[in-house]
Every structure is written in structure tokens, then in C-alpha cells.
Design a protein around this ligand. Sequence first.
Ligand code: FYN
Ligand code: ADP
Length: 599
Amino acid sequence: MESITAARKGTASAATVAVPDITSGGQADVQARQETDGFHLLIDALRLNGIDTIFGLPGIPITDLTRKAQAAGLRVISFRHEQNAGYAASIAGFMTGKPGICLTVSAPGFLNGLTALANATTNCFPMILISGSSEREVVDLSQGDYEEMDQLAIARPLAKAAFRVLHAEDIGVGVARAIRAAVSGRPGGVYLDLPAKLFPQTMDAEAGGKSLIEVVDPAPRQIPSGEAVQRALELLKGAAKPLIILGKGAAYAQADADIRTLVEKTGIPYLPMSMAKGLLPDTHEQSAAAARSYVLPEADVVMLIGARLNWLLSHGKGKTWGGKTSREWGGQKFIQVDISPQEADSNVRIDAPVVGDIGSCVSAMLAGIDAKWPKPPAEWLNAIAERKSRNITKMAETLAKNPTPMNFHSALNVVRDIIKANPDAILVNEGANALDFTRSIVDMYKPRKRLDVGTWGVMGIGMGFAIAAAVVSGEQVIAVEGDSAFGFSGMEVETICRYKLPVCVVILNNNGVYRGDEVNVTGGRDPAPLGFTKDARYEKLMEAFGGVGVHVTTPGELREAMEVAIRSHKPTLINALIDEKAGTESGRITGLNPTAKKT
Ligand code: FYN
Ligand code: ADP
């Protein structure tokens, strides 16, 4: 992958692979003896491959590794909980195409990072979880070691690949294999197990340098077959009601210009999945996002580009797609552009799979589209435009209201304006209603600027994603959080302050999970399970670590606070109180939430 090589060129020690020079800074002691050790070999292997940042949390046995990595010029971002470091690493991987590195201690630290690793695999984000582990001899005999756990076995089913290195001379191979596994083909999470004894192992520095591998072409292009491209183009050309769905795989592929050209040259309406918003500006006239429930059942040929027909797309069938029952096929034909040859037919028949990397697939398709390509029938485009304009007008009316207390819409109307004025800002978003309303209200204008809960709908990505986004891009980050979602990673505001990151957290605070007006039906003294502390002063958490905390109750105050945050780039937490009755249970996915029969 180009980005790894490009990044490598920018690193000082990686520029010379000549042997004792490969050993990095902060190791004069080892160099003097012409020896290197596991600590330095790992750092050198990462640097050689253009890895410049580690997200993690120090402790036994990796404490000295974090110190030495920083001394060697790597950026080491220390978190307060490994899960957040893991989410940070995974989203750094998504944003850059280089594997994001998360470093943890053994057993509990490893397990804390594992949720993020599994999430990375599920979302196709390239990430490497590197965990220290306890002594093999003791662990394998279950003799009760400090933090005893067979981490490799536990990680394996949740990772795309998992490796353990026992000897210092194998570190180069271990890192190379982890990088290749993370970024080649369908990206995913990789686990690298490094037992404590490995780090102080020494070896001759020259032999150590030679043992390292600079990975050549870690994510090779995968060219689709001409036949597959032709089949897809024929199907698309013959469609009366074609639709393109862009998923986060399309955003990851960084083929932005070609994807836009493909959409515009064909004139086909498109729907962005949530992390593909902004791949083309959401205000683009071909966007059918505001007519989603019309276009899915109506379309006759649907081309998926880097999107899976999983639950987010109702598995390609059922009522969402015009099927008569919840399981019935709606009759669409599908083209699926994906790097994974196993993805097609996972839910419904794919009539034209195009297997390859999206950059290569889209450029091959473009080569087959000339000026004579027929635009989709006007009837189809007009019908979409009509639904769209109806929904947009309805949305505009709702956004124009200014109710007291503030609600999701009136608060998000402000965020919408702020993103419009700052299209380079990165929007992190999690929650239930806070997620769903933000997705449909806040337009995105540039690729990879919207980072959210992804394939699993996972809560807790908020501060980890925000930190990584700020670290990787240097841009302003705006994290729109439900009050419940924020709780999963809230302690990382200390990390945001410590590293002085330009992160503005906006908590849409309605005092509970989904909403805050439930009461304990027994009349007892415990609160209802979904309720939180009323009017909690979350902004004080940010103030506690030297950041700016603001408590707002109106859209005007919210706007002012966000503008100040963006001007100052200071870590800011805005506690935006909204109507505690605002919000529905499970947001837009109520159907997935079983409830007991009313008694
Ligand atoms: C969208 N819409 C708009 C616009 N954009 N209207 C006006 N203007 C604009 N710009 C309309 C769109 O047409 C839909 O209306 C509606 O807004 C919602 O659009 P959305 O959000 O794109 O679609 P929908 O139906 O919610 O999508 C299904 C989904 C989505 C499953 C892809 O809900 C999703 O990504 N959910 C993730 C949920 C999650 O992970 N939650 C975390 C767990 S919470 P209609 O066309 O009229 O339908 C734990 O409880
Ligand atoms: P969304 O949730 O936005 O619909 P998904 O995560 O379901 O997106 O789908 C992303 C898809 O993109 C996966 O099937 C993955 O294999 C694919 N993908 C990821 N990167 C690439 C790439 N560079 N080229 C082709 N396909 C890719």
C-alpha cells in the first residue's frame, strides 16, 4: 500500500536500512554493546514500515516499550482504558489505510482491547492489537502466572489473523505478517502476542537489523476480471431504475475522484451508508438519501460499492426492499463491487459480482462508460426528486422550530450549520437517537469525515475515535454524543486535555438511555433502569482536566459555544440539555428491540 511506503519515507531512522543505524534512538546502551533487544526490534520493525503512532496504555510488560517508542520518535498516545485505545487504533486504520496499532498489557488489558479488535474485524478496519503476555511455560501448564491467560487462543476467532512471537529474531517476520494480514484483501483486526520474556531478549544488532522486513506492497491492487466488469455494466445499462449504494468500503478505498466520476457519468442516483456520507457532498443532486424508503423498494438494479447486504440494508430483502413479507425478496438485481470474493450471495443472489479493490474496479468500469452511456429514465429521476424535495421541506420545517426545551432537531440544526461552515472538521457520532438524527440532519461535504458506530452499532467508540481523528488529521473534531454513549469512554476527556487535542464534545443530554423521563414502576427508591442522574453536569469533567466546559440550554448558546471551541481549538465539552422526553426507544431500529407482552 502506497501510504505505508510514503509514510516511511518521512521517518528518519527508516530512511537507512543499513544495519547498526536501523536501531533507533534512546538505546545507546544497547548499541554500545552492538546488541539489540526485543524492545528495539519491535520499534524498528514498526518504524521501518511507516508506523508513526501507537495508541495504548502502559503497564507490565510493555511499560518500557512505550517509553522507548517515544524516545525513538514514535507518537505514543496513552489512554485511560484499553478499549478506547483500541477504537482509536482501528479508526486511525480506516482513515489512513495503514494498520492502527493498539498496545496493551496482558490478560485484562488485552481483553479490554479485544472488543475493539473484534469491532475492527467486523467493520473491515485495519488494526493490530499488540499485547504483552505472561510466560508460556507457566500459562500452558495453568500454574497461575501473573495475569495468566492464553491470549492467542482467545483472540484467534475474533481477529482476521493472530500470531505469537517467541524469539527476538522473529519479530520482523511477526510484524510483517501482522501488517499484511491487516491491510491486504478485506482489511481487519490482527492480534500479535508478545510474551514478556521476548522484550529483553538480546541478539547481535547487525543480525537483528537484517531480520527486519520492510513490507513491499502490503495491500496489492486486485484487478477485477474484464468479464465481471462487462457483466456489471450490461446490467446497469439495461436498468430502468438503477441505484448505487456507497458503503464505508468505498470511503476506505480512497478512490474518491473516480467514484464521483462514476456516479456523475452514469447519472445514477446514489445512497450513502452512514460512514460513506460526504464521499460525494450530501447536497449533491444525485443523492437519494432523503428518499431512502422510496428508492430501496423501487430500484430494479442496485450496485453496491463497498457495502454489505447486512442488517443495515435489511439483508437485501423484506419490506424495505419491496418484498411482500419481512423475508421475501423484492425482485432487485444486484451488482456488488467488493474486495472479498466470499461476500457475494451472503444474503441474496448477486447477479454481477465484481471482485477487486474498489479503485481498480471503479476505474475499469469507467473505461467502459463512454459519452453514449444512457442516463437513467427521467421518470425515475423525477420521482426521486419529488420524494426528496418533500422530505427536505419537511425536515427544513422541523429544523426551523425553536421549541423550549431544546430537542434533538433544534440542537442538531446548529451542528448542521457548523459542519457546513467547517467542512474539514471530522464528525464523530454515537448514541441511539443522537446517532440517527445526526445522520439524517447533518450533511457531510468531504470523504471520511463522518466516523460512527459502524456495523455493530457499538457504543463506546466516541472519545477513542475523536482522539485518533484529531491525532491523525490535525483537524478540528466534533463529537456528537448521546449522554448514554458518552459514558462508555468519558474518562478519555483527560486524554484529550493532556494531549491538547482540538476536540469539541457535544453531549445531547436527555437524562437517560433513549430518553430520561421513565420512572421506577414499583415506586421504589431506585431510579428506572434507563434513567441517569438528572441534569448531570458533564461539562465539569472537562473542566477538571483544564479544558473548557459549557452548559447550554438553547440553540443560540450551543452555536456560540461551538464557534468559540472551533476558533480556539481548545478541548471543549458542551453539555447541551435537551428535552428529556425527546427520543424514542432504540431510535430508528425499534424493530430490533424485543419487548415483553404488555401485562
Ligand atoms: C435522510 N433523510 C432525510 C435526509 N437524509 N430527510 C431529509 N433531508 C435529508 N438530508 C430521511 C430518509 O429518507 C429517511 O426517511 C429518514 O430520513 C432516515 O434516513 P436514514 O437515517 O438514512 O435511514 P434509516 O431508515 O434510519 O436507515 C436504516 C439504517 C439506519 C439501519 C441504515 O437506521 C442506521 O444506520 N442505523 C444504525 C443504528 C445503530 O447502529 N444504532 C446504534 C445502536 S442504538 P424515509 O425515506 O421517509 O424513511 C442501541 O439502542
Ligand atoms: P457499510 O456498513 O458502510 O455498508 P460495510 O462495512 O458493510 O459498509 O462494507 C464494506 C465492504 O467494503 C466490505 O465488504 C469490504 O470487504 C469492502 N472493502 C473494504 N475495503 C475495500 C477495498 N479497498 N476495495 C474493495 N472493497 C473493499
